[in-house]
Design a binder for this molecule. Structure first.
Ligand code: PXL
Length: 284
């Protein structure tokens, strides 16, 4: 095992709005993980803003992945994907990496939408292709909207009873992933994350912040990926990500910044750093 685990981060680079690579890179670095970016698109701002520039980088990916064919990764973390061709190339990369290193694990955040709506760049065809990509993943991290898009279950809001959340998770498993974490389930004043691994189901909940900041899913998946790469079990990694999210969203709410600017994680990154540095010191 490497002393510094290595993760390939396949995601877009959005210049403003704290999401995707601008979240994943600092979070993984502070957790003691080498983050190797694969930019899928460059946007001036994320798609939650009324105007943004968008440059698709699909054409650059074959050479990019080809030049990485002599590298292997402990984890691959994939998020926002911009086109059907891109999804095909990402699937090939997943497979070739698993062939090189059967220990390589894949975390797929099936980024497609939120609050019952698809993001503006996600067509129905793109969502269908993401659904097929789920079969390649060890862990997926859909929010409720994405879990509904993946399963075809109608979206009925962010509040789910335990048994409804369990049903949603059960319907995800036939898509072929090894484990699923459904994020952002609202239960009164708590936010729950459901973890389904094989037949096992676990809920972990944290205090709920009454505001939906963009990029929270990316922040959750990034911390989860870092924790998994650092060797935590899936339930422990989900708790670590949930705890951090709860803390930073409460802090962001106090600052009163616009929701589209995302979660102000910068002032609290040191806490993640300290937590995982202590694990280093203890040899964990
Ligand atoms: O946070 C998910 C995300 C990632 N990347 C881009 C987005 C969004 C959500 O709006 O627009 C470009």
């Amino acid at each position: 095992m490497r002393t510094v685990p290595r993760v390939a981060c396949i995601n877009d680079l959005s210049g403003f709005g704290r999401c995707s690579l601008t979240t994943a890179l600092p979070v993984l670095s502070v957790m003691g993980v080498q983050a190797c970016p694969v930019p899928t698109a460059v946007l001036s701002k994320h798609t939650g803003f009324p105007q943004f520039s968008f440059t698709d980088l699909t054409d650059t990916l074959p050479d990019y992945f080809e030049s990485w064919s002599d590298l292997d990764f402990d984890w691959i973390y994939a998020g926002f994907l911009g086109s059907l061709g891109q999804i095909r190339l990402v699937r090939q990369f997943f497979r070739s990496q698993k062939q090189r290193n059967p220990e390589c694990r894949i975390l797929l955040d099936p980024v497609m939408g939120d609050e019952g709506r698809r993001y503006s760049t996600y067509t129905v065809e793109l969502c269908d292709a993401v659904r097929e990509l789920v079969a390649e993943a060890d862990v997926i991290t859909p929010n409720i909207t994405e879990a509904c898009l993946l399963t075809g279950i109608p979206y009925q809001g962010e509040c789910l009873h335990r048994h409804e959340a369990e049903q949603l998770a059960e319907q995800l498993m036939p898509l072929g992933c090894r484990a699923a974490v459904i994020t952002g389930i609202v239960q009164e004043n708590r936010i729950c994350n459901l973890t389904r691994q094989g037949e096992n189901v676990a809920f972990s909940s944290v205090h709920r912040t009454e505001c939906l900041f963009s990029g929270t899913g990316d922040l959750f998946a990034s911390v989860l990926c870092g924790a998994l790469a650092r060797g935590l079990s899936l339930p422990d990694a989900v708790s670590a990500a949930g705890d951090f999210l709860s803390e930073v969203t409460q802090d962001t709410l106090r600052q009163g910044t616009p929701a589209a600017e995302g979660v102000l994680f910068e002032p609290l990154l040191y806490q993640l750093g300290r937590l995982f540095h202590e694990k280093n010191a203890k040899g964990e």
